[in-house]
Unconditional design. Sequence first.
Length: 494
Amino acid sequence: MSSSPGAPIPLFKMKVAQKGKIKDIKEIVVRIVGLPTCLNGQLVDLGRGVRGIVMGYDEEAVLVLALGDPTKLRMGGDVSGVDEPFLIPVSSQFVGRMLNALGEPCDQGESVAPEAHVPVFKDSPPITWRAPVSGFLATGTKVVDSIIPLAKGQRQLIVGDRMTGKTVIALDAILNQKGRNVLCIYCGLGKSLSALEKVVGILNERGALAYTILLAATDNAPVGEQYLVPFSAASIGEYFALQGRDVLVVFDDLTKHAWAYRQLSLLLDRPPGREAYPGDIFYVQTQLMERAGQFNAEHGGGSMTFLAVAETLQGDLTGYIPSNLASMCDGQICTSAVFFAEGFRPAVDFTLSLSIIGSKVQPPILRELSRTLRSDFARYLEVVQLSKMQSGVSGEAERLLKRGQAIMAVLQQMQYQPVGLVEEVVLLYALEKGLLYDLGKAEAAQFCNTVGAFTVQQYPALAARILETQQLTPEVTKGLDEMLAAFVSREAPA
């Protein structure tokens, strides 16, 4: 075929595709030969409607985590690389729904049209996107708000033995966000189906599903989903935070996430390290935890707060995973099996618990009233131990015992019943005035359970003033004195 001089030369668009073949299938890990230029985290089309994500390499093959049903795959099958990162859908209609690790509804409800797709694996937001923390996150747990306060954008670890109330503290924090314009994300991974149903039932019963998204990978879900689901929760939370929303994400729990990654790493033939965990477990979970933060106005002005649950064995806070997570967070809430057995609920050992940045944004009135609680309680525990070894105690020791018992009475609360700022202030002020020192255990419990409602109902102006100023002003102090006098004497307010 001839062409005249100066005629345009026809050009053809060329599409370059990476091709490979399945060499081996080991449960959910697929070894592929070929794909010479694939990258870690890249999507791979494994054929038959199954996709995978590149997890690593060995001398001969690419190691891919199957995201679908691996039983559909066959040895020698053709695969191709997908030139896009691993994305999941996000939508405001996900609120009140339960999703799987791929961001797909799994609650048998209607399908949701996504508003956007966001990458699951990405770098944490840079420092230029961030702003200093400025907001107080009220959890509704008296011991946390007064002694271990949280800030919006903080990363806080909840750590303790099994069955010591870690999930209760996290759920109370979600329940307490009702009416506060905070979007909550509960990420349950490695939990039994019955435990997950209990969580959903509590959130539904108390109206929290109206502002909560649930992501779940139960203990019988594939290991790959258990590994992916916290990253999916963080990506969804970050999408809303960059739109200006305050987001609270609960990971329940990251110890099981470490277990899942350990299983996955063994399938990838990676050598085990300390306690049989892979050497990069610290890097993997740091990637997750560093995504929390407060964002500046140029990037929405929202915040993303993480509450990460971790499990210890017989109170060993120096275990590999708990100590790793503690180093990534801005503090920890430690639950105690001893306190739990003695009936102190929530069983928070606040002699071991701390919050590095939350106290900066704690309401001044709470900071003022709780400034000596930690040291007083530590001294109380010492006196209790000494009193067991001798028959009598001095007058000073007796005073410390009474104050310690009053502190325990004030800070106890029923599960799934978060407490507001007004009630916390009233109880701490009554403790400061010594009104509970001479009360019996039942009388102190009755006092603590009723004085908050009495204040709100009979002294609404005082309650409004506390919420408005959040300062222990002379006017607030006078109002608290009058209210407590009326409550103790049961006289009608003037």
